[in-house]
Structures are given as structure tokens and as C-alpha cells.
Design a protein. Structure first.
Length: 190
């Protein structure tokens, strides 16, 4: 079974570029709890974006697998490029994210267009759909939602986004469709 996991809570520091943020104590504790789920022990591959918060999440999951796993980094699965604005307050971030999802072919104040980020994810992960073994992809909520929409065969829309960081979904190995909407780590998928 292929699963997509979004990194959980991070240490938010406006003085540090967002792509360099790391997991907070709460985020780390949530990943460690997820790593105790039985399916994590059966993992055969762990793939992650190159951002520290995703790598930290991936390393915890890889460390809980029964066999020794090397985390595979795919920088092309990075979060939506928001470097044009840098750090934004929560309210401003949400406004920009709403614009991004509402108009996927337009840029929200210089952000990477949703349609481009979605295309990037589809290309970066298409090989995983050919051999859906016990793989987990660790990444980010925005691009994870864009990939979910592609797999579900529906238009990009914010209503399909995760409610918070630290969520996951599974992809059916037969038809390459999501088996559910995002669920929080604590709800898990078996």
C-alpha cells in the first residue's frame, strides 16, 4: 500500500526561511506515535522531499521499519514555492492558499501556480504507481492535496486540503485512487 504523509507541526520562526523549518516537539511526538502503527513496520521504501521537516518525519518512519531503510530524497516533491512572499502570518498565509486553490492557473502574489505544482508532483511520483509496494511518501499538505486531487480525478479545490499538518492518505494499489480523504495521524489508516 502506498501512503502519503504530511509533516506535522513545526517550529515557526520568521527569521528562518520556511523551507528550512524543523519539527516542533509536538510534531516529533506525533510522528513517533504514528511510527508505532503496525503498517510502519512493514515499510519497504520511504521517500521524502528535501525540506528538513519532511526529512525528520521520514527518518522517524524509516527507523521504525522492520528492515533497515535508507530515506530516498526527491527534491521535486517540495512544497509549493512561496518564496515570493516569504514568511506570512497565519491569516495572510490562509488568504494566499485560498487564492492558490481557487485559481490554480494563476499565481497568488508570485507563488508557484497550483497547476504547475500538481504537474511536478505527478511526474515526481508516477513511478510509484507502477509498483505500489509498502511505500510512504513524506511531504507537505499543499502539494499532497494537489496530488490527491489528480489521483481522485477531480479539479483542484481547497475543500480537499488537510485540516492541519500531520495527516495522511492511502492510494489503492489496483486503481491508483485515494482510498479516503486526508486523515489525521491519530485516526490513521490500516
Amino acid at each position: 500500500m502506498l501512503r502519503y504523509v504530511s509533516h506535522p507541526e513545526v517550529v515557526m520562526d520568521p527569521a528562518i526561511p520556511v523551507p528550512e523549518w524543523v519539527l516542533s516537539d509536538t510534531g516529533r511526538a506525533r510522528v513517533e506515535a504514528l511510527a508505532r502503527r503496525p503498517w510502519v513496520a512493514t515499510l519497504t521504501r520511504v521517500i521524502t522531499s528535501s525540506e528538513p521537516k519532511a526529512i525528520e518525519t521520514a527518518e522517524i518512519l524509516a527507523g521504525a521499519a522492520q528492515q533497515a531503510l535508507v530515506v530516498e530524497v526527491r527534491s521535486s516533491t517540495a512544497e509549493i514555492d512561496r518564496s515570493s512572499t516569504g514568511y506570512l502570518s497565519h491569516e495572510d498565509h490562509e488568504t494566499h492558499a485560498n487564492l492558490l486553490f481557487a485559481a490554480p492557473e494563476s499565481s497568488a502574489n508570485g507563488w508557484e501556480r497550483a497547476i504547475d505544482a500538481q504537474r511536478r508532483m505527478v511526474v515526481a511520483l508516477e513511478d510509484l504507481l507502477e509498483e505500489p509496494d509498502a511505500t510512504v511518501v513524506v511531504g507537505h499538505g499543499g502539494v499532497g492535496t494537489l496530488w490527491w486531487c489528480h489521483l481522485a480525478g477531480i479539479e483542484i479545490a481547497r475543500r480537499h486540503d488537510q485540516r492541519r499538518g500531520g495527516c495522511l492518505y492511502a492510494v489503492d494499489p489496483v486503481d491508483s485512487r485515494p482510498t479516503s480523504a486526508w486523515v489525521e495521524f491519530e485516526d490513521d489508516l490500516t
